[in-house]
Ligand binder design. Sequence first.
Ligand code: GAP
Length: 513
Amino acid sequence: MAKQEDVFKKVISHAKEYGYVFQSSEIYDGLSAVYDYAQNGVELKKNIREYWWQAMVQLNDNIVGIDAAIFMHPTTWKASGHVDAFNDPLIDNKDSKKRYRADVLIEDHVAKIEAKIDKEVTKAAKRFGDSFDKKQFLETNQRVLDYQAKADGILKRMGKSLENEDLADVKALIEELGIACPLSGSKNWTDVKQFNLMFGTKLGASADSAMDLYLRPETAQGIFVNFLNVQKTGRMKIPFGIAQTGKAFRNEIVARQFIFRMREFEQMEMQYFIKPGTQQEWYEKWKEKRLKWHLSLGMGEDNYRFHDHEKLAHYADAAADIEFKFPFGFKELEGIHSRTDFDLSQHEEYSGKKLQYFDPEENKSYVPYVLETSIGLDRMFLAVFSNSLKEEELENGTTRTVLKIPAVLAPTKAAVLPLLKRDGLPEVAQKLIDELKWDFNVIYDEKDAVGRRYRRQDAAGTPFCVTVDHQTLEDDTVTIRHRDTMEQQRVKLSEVKEIISKEVDMRYWLQKI
Ligand code: GAP
């Protein structure tokens, strides 16, 4: 089995074992691509959401938040283009009877070509040692250039075919590339067809008066239909943004890869309303701003890259993904889309209401253009969780499993451990818990030897362990152990809160953006 798959399996089993993510309705054998967040997962998710919200809403005085309903008037989805164009190209394998997204099959093929580039880089880095210049190598090595040209050519052709709705050419491309069903190895494919991803439901009790509704496939439309309400009541001046986080639903054809692609998921989206003609400038600015947000978490610069879209969604004039290196390779984590005035103009047309902004500087009204940043909360969770999980060899020859979640996002900030369950140590530990719990999540743990408790907290992702021992009773000092370095410091009981606060405070982390 490929090593990548092993790593990913470990991520999934660790997420379950340490109370982060469970399969939905597991006692009934689960529901495909639907997951529940457990006691630690819900805290990590909440912290990621808060980290995003503070960066977008709290720290930008021209961005405000809303929380729109999941149910929206059905015309919303006609106007937005989702009824007609929110489709994925699907293809079935006639032998295995398995259904795939045609574009994903092609992208997976391209990912294999890109993996060859990575291999060349690793080989060259070994050969040249310290003098290795990765950038220069990527730009000059002929084999790498050939692989890159091949990958780019495939994506370009796929993008064009999808844009032109030329599904026959998408099938032809799959056949030319010799792509086989990953399950059966068969190359016996059906034609490519379009499949709408929205879930339908009904509003109302009686069969004849019930209204057909959709579960929203993106949160963005709740922002567009509220644009004028927010602009007027908030007296917002362009440029300004509206942000929200919330559930979205898509009937994904290929729902695999754990919480990477789910049927019910959460988005964190921001629409930035701008003057027409300034979209290129804001597009570049928001690309840079969002990348900085990601980098502020210290998960490694090399784990991110931009991918500019060849195939643009029906509403965009430019779009890029911030891709992250997941255990199964670089994949989309966040999208930055220049959505033009498409959505507001469509809603004007379908609702018959003006959705315009009077610009006092220009002395005229116009439909603003929109720059969107859109990130999946669950995908961000997976990025943080998978990147944090490490197996480390220790100096004494043993290994430890440690979840190095950035301290600001960790579900529990500290565990307080009495060295023994007697001599008044549990009482002192409990008193410390009672003081710390007003500021952050802390837990008490007295079971097993202290070394085993450290390991347990390492694996759960707790950045600090505070140990109360007999010396504490004499001089009011405790030991603080740091998860990532395993270093231990002797500090005063009265200093514990400040030491931990400094490292988990959002302000300290967000100052880097
Ligand atoms: N409003 C624009 C929009 O929805 P998108 O690229 O379709 O754009 C934005 O989705 C983000 O939402 C993606 O970058 C991804 O992080 C997340 N996302 C999309 N589909 C998802 C799914 N099925 N499961 C989990 N996250 C998903």
